[in-house]
Every structure is written in structure tokens, then in C-alpha cells.
Design a binder for this molecule. Structure first.
Ligand code: GSH
Length: 307
């Protein structure tokens, strides 16, 4: 069994997963993808899912870090990442949906944008701007001004700074909330201008050092062709999940699954299973053979396609 992570270095959501892989001491294959679309090889596996990162375990393809982290925790028989239940899950969701917007806005403000683009997609400023405009076209996300982002960040950081009393947010071990908050602040720390916003908050900076020290674990470089060949060569086995059925859907339906916030590209496939956590689709191509694509339920829309 092999774990492949499809990602690029400057992706903050990928940094969340890289650290989780390191924390769980899993061995993984690193597949470098382009920081901007198109990504034709990856699309063969995902069916066109637009966002980064993507996790591949043999012929199972996992989209969205919420589901990726849960899957990896199960895979490693870990009992710490989700030990703090609903509250830590909601902090993680807040970071991945709101704190990230604040950090993204600060990274894209006029005085930081050139540095941000150079870091993510060197030498491709206009292609990057066009790509990200496309990513957020029709997005349900509220736009915030850099000023509002700055004042929100100040509140969040000072609250966090005074409330950290243990090595990690919920105790002695990091949990899912730590990884979600961390990747947002990590994205700020990559830019010299924005990194300086973190310095006054010593407890936050110390916590970031502890998170950084987790590292990315045991990984080897791989490539898109190797990942495709591996999917082709392995039997697409449907993992066991608790079944949930939603009104209007039945197994075997052809459906499309679409993120509801941004990067609203739909993936089409046969509905193989639904659980309280995930939507599972079967897809087949000549290059990959049968693959099984997984999406979280929360934050995604599922629609039956009429023939
Ligand atoms: N909810 C998604 C969000 C992922 C996301 O927004 N990733 C960014 C990179 S950090 C992205 O997809 N950017 C556009 C791209 O890579 O094409 C998740 O948790 O995986």
C-alpha cells in the first residue's frame, strides 16, 4: 500500500497535511504538481477537483484536507488528532474557513502580493492572478478588506497568545485544531512583511516552533506518472464506511459533487457510498483504471445527473 500526496511547496493546506503525515510517522510519496491549473494528470485521478492538496492511497483519492486528515488518522490508528471532539473540530473548521481568509487577504494585499506570487508561482504573475481569479469566480466567500483582516488577526493572535497554557492548543499533544490554525499562520510567516505581524505574540511564536518541529516525516520524491501507474496497478477497493442515505439519492446514481465555497468545479461519478463523513464516487479512465474518489459531506453539494 502506498500513500501519495499531490501538492506544491507553497500550499498552506498542503503544509497542514505534510505535518500530519510527519506527526503520524507515515511513509509517503511526494508528487509535485503545478501551483496553477491546468493539471491534466491529476485530473485523471480526481475527475477535475480544483484544489490542493490531494491524497492518494493506492486507487483511493481523497479531496479536501478535512477528510484527508481524518483518513490519515484512521489509517495510522491514531487516537490523539480527534481526541477533543466537536469543539476542536469546530476550531479546525474556523481556521480552515475564516482564519485562512484573513491570512490570504494579508498575503494578497498590495504591499505583499508580489512577494506572495513569487513564492507560490515564480515568474508567472499574470497567469497566477488569472488562475486565482478563476478559482474564486462565483465564490460564496465574503470579501474582506486588508484593514479588516489586520484588525481581525490582531484580535485572534492576542486571544491565542493569552490562552496558550499547554504545549499545544488542547493539551500536551497536537490535535486537528493545531494543524489547521498552524497552516494559516505558516502562510503568513512565509512573507517577511507578514511574518513581522506574528513577532509580538511570543507564546504563539513558541507554539509555532513546536508545530514546525514536527516536520514532514519519511517522504520520497515521486512523480505524476508513477502515481497514475500505481492507481492503475492496484485494485480499487471500497473502504468500509458507516452508511448514511440522503433524500433523493440512491447508490448507483450518477452524481456530481461540487465544493460550495470556491473552486466550484464538479466531479462526476457513480455514487458508491455515503457516510456521515464522506461522499464516495467511482470513476474509470484508460490511464487510471477504476479509482474511488472521496469528498467530505460538509462544504460540498451532491446532485444527481439526469440522463
Ligand atoms: N477546503 C480545502 C481548501 C484547499 C485550498 O484552498 N487549497 C489552496 C492551496 S493552499 C488551493 O487549492 N489553491 C488553488 C490551487 O492550488 O489550485 C481543503 O481543506 O483542502
Amino acid at each position: 500500500m502506498a500513500i501519495f500526496l499531490h501538492h506544491y511547496p507553497a500550499s498552506s493546506f498542503a503544509e497542514k497535511v505534510r505535518l500530519v503525515l510527519g506527526y503520524l510517522q507515515l511513509e509517503w510519496q511526494s508528487v509535485a504538481i503545478e501551483p496553477i491549473a491546468p493539471r491534466p494528470s491529476l485530473d485523471l485521478l480526481t475527475g477535475g477537483y480544483r484544489r490542493t492538496p490531494v491524497l492518494q492511497i493506492d486507487s483511493n483519492i481523497y479531496c479536501d484536507t478535512t477528510l484527508i486528515v481524518r483518513t490519515l488518522a484512521e489509517h495510522a490508528f491514531d487516537e490523539t488528532l480527534f481526541a477533543h471532539g466537536f469543539v476542536a473540530d469546530r476550531v479546525s473548521e474556523w481556521a480552515d474557513n475564516q482564519l485562512i481568509d484573513v491570512c490570504r487577504t494579508l498575503n494578497m494585499r498590495p504591499e505583499a502580493i508580489a512577494d506572495t506570487i513569487e513564492r507560490i508561482s515564480p515568474g508567472k504573475a499574470s497567469a497566477f492572478k488569472k488562475d486565482r481569479a478563476e478559482l474564486f469566480k462565483g465564490s460564496s466567500k465574503l470579501k474582506i478588506s486588508p484593514e479588516a483582516a489586520l484588525s481581525s488577526l490582531t484580535t485572534y493572535l492576542s486571544q491565542m497568545n493569552t490562552s496558550i497554557e499547554t504545549p499545544f492548543l488542547f493539551g500536551d499533544e497536537p490535535c486537528v485544531a493545531d494543524f489547521s490554525v498552524y497552516h494559516c499562520l505558516w502562510s503568513l510567516a512565509q512573507s517577511p512583511l507578514n511574518a513581522s505581524l506574528l513577532y509580538p505574540y511570543v507564546n504563539v511564536c513558541d507554539w509555532m516552533e513546536r508545530m514546525h518541529a514536527i516536520g514532514h516525516g519519511m517522504n520520497e520524491e515521486s512523480d505524476e506518472q508513477e502515481a497514475l501507474d500505481h492507481a492503475f496497478d492496484t485494485f480499487a477497493e471500497l473502504p468500509y464506511v458507516t452508511t448514511l442515505m440522503l433524500p433523493g439519492l440512491k447508490l448507483g446514481d450518477f452524481v456530481q459533487v461540487t465544493p460550495i465555497d470556491y473552486g466550484n468545479v464538479s466531479v462526476v461519478g457513480e455514487l458508491l457510498a455515503l457516510s456521515p463523513e464522506q461522499i464516495i464516487l467511482g470513476r474509470e479512465t484508460d490511464d487510471t483504471g477504476g479509482v474511488i474518489c472521496h469528498f467530505p459531506i460538509a462544504g460540498y453539494e451532491i446532485q444527481v445527473i439526469d440522463d
